[in-house]
Write a protein that binds this ligand. Structure first.
Ligand SMILES: *[C@@H]1O[C@H](CO)[C@@H](O)[C@H](O)[C@H]1NC(C)=O
Ligand SMILES: *[C@@H]1O[C@H](CO)[C@@H](O)[C@H](O)[C@H]1NC(C)=O
Ligand SMILES: *[C@@H]1O[C@H](CO)[C@@H](O)[C@H](O)[C@H]1NC(C)=O
Ligand SMILES: [Zn+2]
Length: 336
């Protein structure tokens, strides 16, 4: 019992940062009219109060600041049913473009779309495009990240136009990214960074190439917050199931720096935080993964075995609690 308590406490604190955000730029070739409605009107991150539609009048807008302690753990699977399932994200034929607001890669027409299902989603959702925000749009416990990746999906079988009319029409998977120096952190953005020099200027486009989207995945694709919200660009339709992964992807600082040269109308491209006023669910799957337990144990420097932790359980818990609350850690051995 107390082990679970320790884990929950640790996760609450480790997950100080979370961002989730979706953005919407639809495939022009698929839906010219909708694309026009979404992208055509001129708008700017400098004048958010002048954004049209429900952007200013809506009550379920995104992005938001996710407070980990206020999230509802869905222990009994009432809202979140089973693990998320990702199919076909390994080789995706997509073309990159600078659309003036973001860098986005859209899957080629006639290609087999990757599909996500499970978790909070009812049915299958097909991948259309991903794009990047720097800084992140979502915040977790008030913390923002240098980058957030949005994988935009439409409910399988619906056109984008139809999806925009339904509260469950779209699903956006948001991956937050943290920077780190060193070669190993160059893996995630490696395929994209070689294309950046050709996407510096607005409205530049690249021919299609095959991208491994799993490189842009969070290290733990089963640990997330989920809530109902909106697109974070006009027309801000409230039709999005957000899945905000809370384990950051590590990207290289050198590659991140390249984004400061990309012209998206300004030096960054994120919408400001919107009122929360709704329930945010936290999946509990990560609590049962042995790998998460091991990671947390390592982070907390619990070098003893689980059995010896159990024998000193109460004391360890007290110490952890003190550590988290910033008080003096008292010595277990002296109390024994
Ligand atoms: C990617 O899509 C383009 C355009 O549809 C096509 O010409 C090309 O052969 C595709 N590439 C691969 C590797 O399938
Ligand atoms: C989702 O896709 C899978 C694989 O294509 C299929 O077996 C399943 O029936 C689909 N689910 C729904 C609800 O359509
Ligand atoms: C754990 O902490 C102890 C003492 O603070 C230190 O000597 C040891 O190297 C640490 N172990 C790991 C795995 O970080
Ligand atoms: Zn976005």
């Amino acid at each position: 019992m107390w082990i679970i308590a320790v884990t929950v406490l640790a996760i609450a604190d480790l997950h100080c940062f979370h961002l989730f955000y979706i953005r919407f730029h639809i495939i022009n070739s698929l839906l010219p009219i909708v694309a026009g409605a979404i992208n055509g009107a001129d708008w700017s991150y400098d004048y958010e109060t002048q954004w049209p539609g429900v952007c200013t009048t809506g009550t379920q807008q995104s992005p938001i600041n996710i407070m980990s302690r206020e999230a509802v753990y869905d222990k009994h699977g009432a809202h979140i049913k089973g693990p998320l399932v990702f199919r076909g994200y390994k080789n995706v034929n997509a073309s990159g473009e600078n659309d003036g607001h973001t860098l986005k890669w859209t899957i080629e027409e006639d290609e087999i779309m990757p599909v996500i299902s499970g978790g909070p989603l009812r049915g299958n959702y097909s991948f259309l495009q991903f794009h990047l925000h720097w800084l992140s749009e979502h915040a977790i416990d008030g913390m923002k990240y240098p980058m957030e990746i949005h994988f935009l999906h439409v409910k399988t079988g619906l056109s984008v136009e139809e999806a925009l009319e339904r509260p469950d029409g779209l699903a956006v998977v948001a991956v937050i990214a943290m920077v780190h120096s060193g070669e190993e952190s160059e893996y995630a953005l490696e395929e994209l960074s070689s294309m950046l020099p050709q996407l510096i200027n607005q409205h530049e486009k690249l021919p299609p190439s095959v991208i491994d989207l799993t490189r842009l995945f969070s290290p733990n694709m089963q640990s997330y917050y989920t809530y109902h919200g909106s697109l974070t660009t006009p027309q801000c339709q409230e039709v999005v199931t957000w899945i905000v992964l809370d384990t950051p992807l590590i990207i290289s600082d050198t590659q991140y720096k390249l984004f400061s040269k990309v012209d998206v109308g300004g030096i960054d491209n994120y919408r400001s935080l919107q009122p929360v006023n709704r329930v945010i669910y936290r999946n509990s799957a990560s609590l049962t993964f042995p790998s998460s337990l091991a990671l947390i144990a390592a982070l907390l420097n619990l070098t003893t075995t689980m059995s010896s932790i159990v024998s000193k359980g109460v004391c360890t818990f007290v110490n952890l609690k003190k550590r988290f609350w910033g008080k003096k850690v008292h010595d277990c051995s002296k109390t024994k």
